[in-house]
Design a protein around this ligand. Structure first.
Ligand code: MG
Length: 291
């Protein structure tokens, strides 16, 4: 099942993507609370909820603007740095990794990207916000948490995941370096494209069998199987929930593979007019133009 959040004629809503349409399940102020209810269902009891709320309304995908597929509250996105071997080497060697002590981390590197940076499929990445002109892309798999999660063991980690979506962890490399902590360089408005929709965990099956590809203006820049993660998904959830409680709707961006702009010499930064596609097989393609 694919879940999208949309806006059409000033109205926000959510529903199930069905071919070229969305089957509307909730609209207006009820959208976020419905999403939180939906995220907490498991596949067995999901059908009852869907029958309860089915409005019978359908909207054409062509007539809506897709929003990030998360509730309005938009907490910070938890992000994992340097979680693919080749990218860890590439970033360590780039000169932009101001906090690095080791090429490949021995523990997961976790940072946050503010919820205010999030945008949807099709939204423009506003490169003018970065006066240093060092805007870079990072295609990533994002996890949508389904259930309140505290002290979750590796063996139980899959049970707290509602589904998956695609993230572009857009970054100002110079601001990332200049401020040491990465939050400012990662949280510029519009630098958090997320979408186009969530695919539920039961539909996608083995997420590690999927592959990520990032293209800039059609040119392949990043290509890696999800199975290449240094710290796998159960390890990330076990690590995070050992000391913090994750809530339904929380987002974890799992890290980016090699091939980011600063991996090239000279760096290939994004510029106005570029179009970035991040595709994950089994989920879909997140497309954002750069202005
Ligand atoms: Mg990243």
């Amino acid at each position: 099942m694919k879940i999208a959040v949309f806006e059409a004629e000033g109205r926000r809503g959510t529903g199930i993507v069905d071919g070229n349409h969305i089957r509307v399940l909730a609209t207006g102020e009820g959208t976020s609370s419905f999403l939180l209810r939906l995220f907490q269902t498991v596949s067995g009891d999901r059908d009852a909820l869907l029958q309860e709320v089915d409005t019978g309304e359908r909207v054409a995908l062509a007539d809506v603007k897709l929003e990030p597929p998360v509730p309005d509250r938009r907490g910070a996105v938890l992000c994992v740095g340097k979680n693919y071997y080749a990218h860890a080497k590439e970033f360590f060697g780039s000169g932009f990794d101001s906090s690095a002590k080791e090429e490949v981390p021995s523990q997961p590197v976790i940072f946050a990207k503010t919820g205010s940076s999030l945008s949807g499929h099709g939204d423009a990445i506003d490169s003018a916000l970065d006066a240093t002109n060092t805007v870079d892309y990072e295609g990533e798999l994002a996890i949508i948490i389904g259930r309140t999660a505290h002290k979750v063991s590796r063996g139980d980690a899959w049970d707290v995941i509602f589904g998956y979506t695609v993230c572009n962890d857009v970054t100002s490399r110079e601001l990332q370096k200049r401020h040491n902590q990465w939050l400012i360089g990662k949280s510029l408005d519009t630098f958090g494209p997320l979408g186009p929709h969530i695919v539920t965990a039961d539909e996608i099956g083995d997420i590690t069998a999927q592959k990520l590809i990032t293209r800039v203006n059609g040119e392949v820049r990043q290509e890696a199987p999800i199975s290449d993660l240094i710290f796998d998904i159960p390890t990330l959830i076990e690590t995070l929930t050992r000391t913090m409680t994750l809530q339904p709707g929380d987002v974890i961006a799992t890290g980016t593979p090699a091939g980011v702009g600063i991996g090239f010499n000279p760096p290939k930064y994004l510029k106005p007019g570029d179009v970035v596609d991040v595709e994950i097989s089994g989920i879909g393609t997140l497309t954002n133009p750069v202005i």
